[in-house]
Structures are given as structure tokens and as C-alpha cells.
Design a protein around this ligand. Structure first.
Ligand code: XLS
Ligand code: NI
Ligand code: NI
Length: 448
């Protein structure tokens, strides 16, 4: 008997409208785009915490969610039942991957021993379902921020017992990752930052976090868990300043603490906005530095200043993301698009979970189609090549190949007039560029 009152979501192409959000318009898993199947470019994952646990609370209101498993009252019964709902959901939506925190899937006991026993029971069931459905684990992680013991951080906690507990909790998460064949392992430092600098030893806290990361990597090696480790940057929320502020800051941290060969980044759209960046900016920074690992697919709200975790629907943004991905050739060595996103509080019915994933998956599939067309035409490549062409020869080439000096630049520039210098610059025609990108979106999707 079906657990969700929804049929498997089909690809319906142009007639998707008739299915009112319960069919794909653009996401056609096996369709080949730019040399690869859509499903292999996009590698969608469902986030356990949002899709199955989130009650749709906001800072001013209780949860509104109606879920078919609300009838379970015992926490362990509920946790075990949710696994069945989760795997039927993955299969019906057609997501090849899922992601979870240790705390998403099983309730805590009083001791770590009891907690781990609860966790293992649920993991047994998850493992069996992974085998029977073929759905895989994109990444797992340890929740080191919800419980009150993490009030002042985990790796950065000023309390050594909490650091110790964090390491112990993390150890079991790595074992679970190994057991379930996780392709990545994520660290989001939700409380690794500070509320106030006056009482904080910043350098000491950061060196402690680095120690925890090295221990985690040593242990993963010891047990033969070869997942790609990822840091997920976010500038603030819940703390007022988080050490993994953005991609550039996280890369500097990794280099400072000799972790750069071990970690890449998991980048999230809404986090980029909170840091004052676009999603594309964060991906560009990571990609060009060789740190692009995976993506948390969501979007922020221009009018609200906190982490809204909206399902992606902005085609301009998904186009920019997929253009960067096409440039790199994949999202990352083992990366995917994890929907770290929840329906709005007013979309509280269970079927809204399906509709929300449909818009997210379709928006990225559409972004892929548009970006692939731009890529095929080399529109952006040519635009950029042209813009920097003065470095391809002459004085520009001498700068890039290292033969220029201030003396050679002086000799070259000394007698140039203001008119010569104005003539050396060109208009970017940026408005026309934006219009062309709009046309790509409209045309590529009309053809799709
Ligand atoms: C919170 C983060 C979190 C991570 C996983 O803002 O996005 O959900 O993705 O811990
Ligand atoms: Ni987030
Ligand atoms: Ni996230």
C-alpha cells in the first residue's frame, strides 16, 4: 500500500501544466545534455531534516505541517516509520540521493551509548532500504548545534567536555557514513563562531576546530572511509559571526591549518546571500581555487534577512549555477544538488513536499538547458576572452608571463596621452549582455 497519497512523478514535458505541479516540465532524467544525462549532471538529493522532520515553524509561529506519519507518538516508532516514508518519497520523486544529520533520523538517549544504539537501529533499516531501492547517500553529517550542550559551540566550545563529546559523536557518524557508502561527509559549523568578541579567544577556538577536523580525517582513514570531506560556509545564524563565513574565508582557514588537501566546499545559495554574495560568486570562488565539492540547492528571499531555505525557482540563478558547473565539468568529484529547502509555512499539506521538489528539480534542469546552450555557443567564453584579449600579446603578455617589471611598465606608459589610454578601454555593453542572457533563457526553454 502506498504511504504517500501521490503517484510517481512523471516527466510530462509541455503538458506538465495539466498535472498542477506534480509532473516535470524540464527534468527528464535520461535526456542527454552537453554529453551527460541530466541525472548525472544534477545528482539530486533530498534533505532528511527538511523534508521529513521540518514542521514548518518560523520564529513567531508553531509548525503547520501535516504529515502522514503524524499518527506515530513514540519517538523510536516514528523514526523507524519515517524511513519507509522517506524511501517511498525518494523513489516517487526520482531523487537518486539523500542526505541526513545523525539527529534527523533517530532520537537521542541520555548517554551517547544509548543514542548510538537508537541510531544503529534506524541505520539498519536505512541500509536495507538503500539496497532494495538503489537510492544512495550523497552525504551525512553530525548535528553539533541543536542540543543545549552545544550552546557555545562544538569544536570551538570553551568547555573541553563538550569538545570531547563532539569528537565522540562525530566518530560514530563517520562509521555510519562508511557503512552506508556516503560519497561525501559535510561539516556545517552552526555554532562554530562567536556571539561576542570580548569573551572569545578566536585563534584558540579556530585551532581547536582544526584539531577536530584532523582527528576526523585520521579516523576516516583508519576505518577506510574515503568520502570527500566538505565544509559548508555560512556567515552567521545562529551565531552572530561564524568562522566559515564564506568560500574565500573557508579556503583561507583550510590553508592555514593544513587541511586544504582534505576538504572541499559545499556551497548553499541562501548562505551566499547572507554573506552579501550571489550563489554564482561563491561557486566561482571555489571553482577557480579548486575547492568546489557539492551544492546545497536553495534560495533566499530578497525581502527577508535570514536563512529562508526556499526551494529554488529563480531560473536566472539556476542558470548561473549550472554555467559554473558546466565550466568545471561536474558539480564536484562526488558532488550533487541537495535540497536544503523547505516549503513555505502556508504550503503545509504533504503533497506540497512533492510540488516543492518538482519546482526545485525543474528549475535546475531548466538552468542546465539554458547554460548548456550558452556553453555550446561559447557565448560567455568569447565575451570574456575578448574582454581580456590585451593580455594575449605585447605588454599584457609580458605581465602574465612574468617578464614585466615596473621599469618596463614605465617605459611603455611614459609618453601615452590621456586619449591613448581612453582608447585602450572599451565599453562592456553590460545591459546588452544581460539582454542576451535573458534571450538565452527564453529561447532555450521555448525549444525545450
Ligand atoms: C544550515 C545548514 C545546514 C547544513 C547541514 O543553515 O544549511 O542545514 O546544510 O548541517
Ligand atoms: Ni542553510
Ligand atoms: Ni545547508
Amino acid at each position: 500500500m502506498a504511504l504517500w497519497d501521490i503517484d510517481k512523478i512523471p516527466f510530462a514535458g509541455k503538458s506538465a501544466d495539466e498535472k498542477e505541479g506534480l509532473a516535470f516540465r524540464y527534468y527528464d532524467a535520461d535526456r542527454v545534455v552537453a554529453g551527460k544525462k541530466m541525472k548525472d549532471w544534477l545528482r539530486f538529493a533530498v534533505a532528511y531534516w527538511h523534508t521529513f522532520d521540518q514542521r514548518l515553524v518560523d520564529p513567531f509561529g508553531d509548525g503547520t505541517a501535516e504529515r502522514p506519519y503524524d499518527k506515530y507518538t513514540d519517538p523510536m516508532d516514528l523514526a523507524l516509520a519515517k524511513v519507509d516514508y522517506a524511501f517511498e518519497f525518494y523513489t516517487k520523486i526520482g531523487a537518486p540521493y539523500f542526505c541526513f544529520h545523525d539527529r534527523d533520523i533517530a532520537p537521542e538517549g541520555d548517554t551517547l551509548r544509548e543514542t548510538n544504539a537508537n541510531l544503529d537501529k534506524v541505520v539498519d533499516k536505512i541500509e536495507a532500504n538503500m539496497k532494495s531501492t538503489g537510492v544512495k547517500l550523497l552525504w551525512n553529517t553530525s548535528n553539533l548545534f541543536t542540543n543545549p550542550r552545544f550552546v557555545s559551540g562544538a569544536g570551538s566550545s570553551p568547555f573541553a567536555d563538550i569538545f570531547a563529546y563532539s569528537g565522540a559523536q562525530l566518530k560514530h557518524s563517520l562509521e555510519i557514513g562508511k557503512r552506508l557508502g556516503a560519497e561525501n561527509y559535510v561539516f556545517w559549523g552552526g555554532r562554530e563562531g562567536y556571539e561576542n568578541l570580548w569573551n572569545t579567544q578566536m585563534k584558540r577556538e579556530q585551532s581547536h576546530i582544526a584539531k577536530l577536523f584532523h582527528m576526523a580525517h585520521d579516523y576516516a582513514k583508519e576505518i577506510g572511509f574515503d568520502a570527500q570531506f566538505l565544509i559548508e560556509p555560512k556567515p552567521k545564524e545562529p551565531t552572530s559571526h561564524q568562522y566559515d563565513y564564506d568560500a574565500a574565508t573557508a579556503i583561507a582557514f583550510l590553508k592555514t591549518y593544513d587541511l586544504d588537501g582534505i576538504f572541499k566546499l559545499n556551497l548553499e545559495g541562501n548562505h551566499a546571500n547572507l554573506a552579501g554574495h550571489s550563489y554564482q560568486h561563491e561557486i566561482r570562488v571555489a571553482r577557480e581555487a579548486g575547492f568546489l565539492g557539492s551544492l546545497d540547492a536553495n534560495q533566499g528571499d530578497k525581502l527577508i534577512g535570514w536563512d529562508m531555505d526556499e526551494f529554488p525557482s529563480d531560473l536566472y540563478e539556476t542558470t548561473s549555477v549550472m554555467w559554473e558547473v558546466l565550466e568545471q565539468g561536474s558539480i564536484g568529484p562526488h558532488g550533487g544538488l541537495n535540497f536544503d529547502a523547505k516549503p513555505r509555512r502556508s504550503s503545509f499539506e504533504a503533497n506540497d513536499l512533492f510540488r516543492a521538489h518538482v519546482v526545485g528539480m525543474d528549475s535546475f534542469a531548466a538552468g542546465l538547458l539554458v547554460a548548456a546552450k550558452m556553453h555550446e555557443d561559447k557565448y560567455i567564453e568569447n565575451l570574456q576572452a575578448d574582454r581580456y584579449s590585451s593580455y594575449d600579446s605585447g605588454i599584457g603578455a609580458s605581465v602574465e608571463n612574468g617578464t614585466a617589471s615596473l621599469a618596463s611598465l614605465e617605459e611603455y606608459s611614459l609618453d601615452k596621452t590621456q586619449a591613448d589610454l581612453r582608447a585602450a578601454t572599451h565599453s562592456d555593453h553590460l545591459e546588452a549582455v544581460k539582454a542576451t542572457i535573458n534571450n538565452y533563457i527564453v529561447d532555450a526553454l521555448a525549444e525545450a
